[in-house]
Design a binder for this molecule. Structure first.
Ligand code: G3P
Ligand code: CA
Length: 237
């Protein structure tokens, strides 16, 4: 049975990666929430998609060059007309997920800046909120996912990619990964079957239209990562 991961929360209708978007995703019946984390100058796990806060807050600065005290004064509701949203910490999302019995897909945005020690911090936070069995870490930095497995083999990890990877399931196995996180263009029923037979899950992004939702449901993917969790729920009926 395919599950629904709300991409940056219910980001189709609410400002991405905010507490509001996470709470709305819970209301819409998403099974899990996908989010993006960086490390602030003072080592806090801060939720934001880009390295810079410019696009989502209007302030020209990098997460890694600002303290959380400085970041918390910005308004992350800039994009979709819901002002008054603070840039969340990872712990804000983990609290919401734990309270709503939801899972989390935490994308470590460590493919531009290395963020030393990030894997340890994220894994420790998952245990703090009792989410270690309802989570997956993901990253475009596959070395980081390998490192996460070395730190704690019980925490599932997924490999993000946007190309058509040859024998993707074999590559996932060679990295010690539990899941492939492909862009939907490279996903079909055969690819999903080969992965699942090898014990590798397929979690596909970012699926926002009825046609692609239907195609991914037909292909039998494990998780659909979407900006519109309510639309995916509707297509599953
Ligand atoms: O998890 C899938 C997706 O979030 C990866 O791309 O750029 O939206 O973080 P991006
Ligand atoms: Ca992401």
């Amino acid at each position: 049975m395919t599950k629904i991961m709300a991409h940056r929360g219910a980001s189709g209708l609410y400002p991405e990666n905010t507490i509001l978007a996470f709470e709305k995703a819970a209301e819409m019946g998403a099974d899990a929430i996908e989010t993006d984390v960086h490390l602030s100058k003072d080592g806090k796990l801060v939720i934001c998609h880009d390295e810079s806060v410019l696009r989502t807050t209007g302030f020209d600065g990098l997460v890694c060059e600002m303290t959380y005290s400085e970041l918390s004064k910005l308004d992350a509701g800039f994009l979709k007309g819901h002002p008054g949203q603070r840039l969340p910490l990872l712990e804000d999302l983990l609290r919401i997920a734990a309270e709503n019995d939801m899972g989390v897909n935490i994308e470590l945005k460590n493919n531009v800046f290395a963020y030393a020690g990030m894997e340890e911090k994220v894994i420790a936070a998952l245990y703090d909120y009792g989410l270690e069995k309802r989570c997956i870490l993901s990253s475009f930095n596959h070395r980081s996912m390998h490192r996460a497995k070395e730190i704690d083999p019980k925490i599932p990890v997924g490999l993000l990619y946007s190309c058509d990877l040859y024998e993707a399931q074999q590559y996932a196995k060679s990295c010690g990964a539990d899941a492939l996180h492909p862009q939907y263009g490279s996903v079909n029923a055969g690819m999903v079957q080969r992965a699942q037979e090898a014990g590798v899950a397929v979690n596909v992004w970012t699926v926002n239209t009825c046609k692609v939702i239907d195609d991914m449901l037909f292909a039998g993917v494990d998780n659909i990562i979407t900006n519109y969790p309510d639309l995916v729920r509707e297509r599953m009926r």
